[in-house]
Design a protein around this ligand. Sequence first.
Ligand code: ATP
Length: 203
Amino acid sequence: MMTTPDQGGHWGILGGTFDPVHHGHLNLALQVATSSNLDGVLLVPSLRHPFKDVCRASFGHRMEMLMCATSGDDRFVVSGIEMDEELPGYTIDSIRAIRERYPYAIWSFIMGEDNLEELERWRDPEAIFAEVRMLVGQRPPHQWSDYISRFPADRIEMVAIDMLDVSSTEIRRLLNEGVSEKELAEMMPRSVVQYIKKHGLYQ
Ligand code: ATP
């Protein structure tokens, strides 16, 4: 088992706003990693997002929440590369920067099926497929055959996962309404709930 992609191995990239990180993200990463035999997953919070409004929590807080969520679990590495290299927010630039930073690792890009429909709007999808294989987590039953045929078959793989019905948008809404810590802890690691409370985020 590799503990960082510095040493090589086959790693997944999971990018997102993680505003905040929740069990849906971690569950997606772990299930895809297990079924595709990855050594681990690099979690890459976005500094800017081409299709989304600004994040509610700062980059620093989103990084810290990811650290809380994954501390002690060597299947995850949290990467601040988008901030370190002031990347413009396009996936292709981040993928290239990651491959340059970790030249010995083989990389696949993990995403939830909801993001697949956006893929055609991403900058330079052909270049993305040339750099990485796509591993797309999808909830059974399998209905992906139409959509997947638009992409190069040997570069995209659909992985059946038990998807959890949780989103950052819903969590932010609940926090705004003053939800209990117990209820939050069903959607995200308790350490992240505590971090949010301690710093008064998403009020
Ligand atoms: P928001 O609600 O703010 O749009 P989000 O919860 O969808 O956020 P993102 O950070 O935008 O989270 O998503 C990062 C990645 O995680 C995407 O590839 C997305 O498809 C995936 N993802 C998000 N929520 C889930 C979930 N519940 N199950 C599986 N994958 C998920």
